[in-house]
Design a protein around this ligand. Structure first.
Ligand code: A2P
Length: 282
């Protein structure tokens, strides 16, 4: 596994295993254990995925040193605001069964965001969290929140893949030394992407599959990717991307696939209403 450096001088595995939409009480446990066996050392979960306890159990049962595994989780909107966030962080620690979390993100950009951020900053001071970051933050939202932050986020986790390249956001994040993390790195299995002629041409050229070409491109772009797969072959294959290198010309060919569009718009008030209504506990 390769690592990227973050703005607080910590390092993060360049690829993490994402467990979004994998159910708790079994499936997430099995998938996380399989991912750790396949060589993943970075698991990306969230309070909102409601599967932190399975992730924690799998990590424990893997027999791998806790220090060698990078755990990301995220605070859900229901727990925003300073006091609620403090409780939310403790709940994540408890469900994961760990005494620190490597990276903790504010999952969505609504509600009492800066109150929650203050609680995350304090948790860093207390040693409960090593690094803190943001997610689904657009350029406008960054300008809205940035002045209220004392600790700078290390990452911004957003939708990113060859069809959704977030060019303007990447520029602003780079100026602030905030690394991008890619959710839906494979377009959530989008066939138009996985069967795109340019991607298939490069797959043939390097004797790799389409997913590996995309994940290698993301890596060479300096972006952390969080691919999800419940298929053991693909899970393993998705980290076998460090034995070849795309040329500058290949990189440009993939850069040309950008549509400038995303499936999710965090600034859409419909999303705000829908996500604010999602409750994960009483
Ligand atoms: P599966 O679980 O059957 O492997 P994303 O990470 O962008 O959300 O994409 C996840 C989707 O892509 C899942 O449906 C997953 O299906 C599929 N997938 C994961 N890895 C690959 C790959 N290397 N090639 C094609 N599809 C993949």
């Amino acid at each position: 596994m390769k690592y990227f450096k973050l703005n607080n001088n910590t390092t993060i595995p360049a690829i993490g295993f994402g467990v979004f939409l994998i159910p708790n009480n079994g499936p997430t446990y099995d998938a996380t254990l399989a991912a750790l066996k396949a060589g993943y050392r970075h698991i990306d979960t969230a309070a909102g995925y409601m599967n932190e306890s399975d992730v924690g159990k799998a990590i424990k049962d893997s027999g791998i040193d806790r220090q060698k595994i990078y755990i990301t989780s995220k605070l859900w909107l229901q727990d925003y605001g300073y006091e609620n966030a403090k409780k939310g962080i403790d709940t994540s620690l408890k469900l994961l069964g760990v005494d620190y979390i490597d990276l903790y993100l504010l999952h969505q950009p609504y509600g009492d965001y800066l109150g929650a951020w203050k609680a995350l900053e304090e948790a860093v001071e207390e040693g409960k969290i090593k690094s803190i970051g943001i997610s689904n933050i657009t350029v406008n939202l960054w300008h809205k929140f940035k002045d209220g932050m004392t600790i700078k986020p290390v990452v911004n986790q957003v939708e990113f893949n060859p069809f959704t390249q977030q060019k303007e956001l990447r520029k602003v994040m780079a100026e602030n030394d905030i690394r991008l993390e890619a959710w839906y790195p494979l377009g959530h299995g989008n066939k138009d992407l996985l069967e795109n002629a340019t991607i298939l041409h490069l797959a043939e050229k390097y004797h790799k599959n389409a997913g590996q070409i995309i994940l290698r491109w993301i890596y060479q772009e300096g972006v952390i990717s969080l691919p999800k797969s419940t298929n053991p072959e693909r899970m393993k294959g998705n980290i076998e991307i460090f034995d070849f290198e795309l040329t500058q010309e290949d990189m440009l060919m993939i850069q040309a696939l950008d549509t400038g569009k995303a499936t999710h718009n965090p600034e859409d008030p419909v999303n705000e209403t829908r996500l604010m209504a999602l409750k994960i506990h009483d």
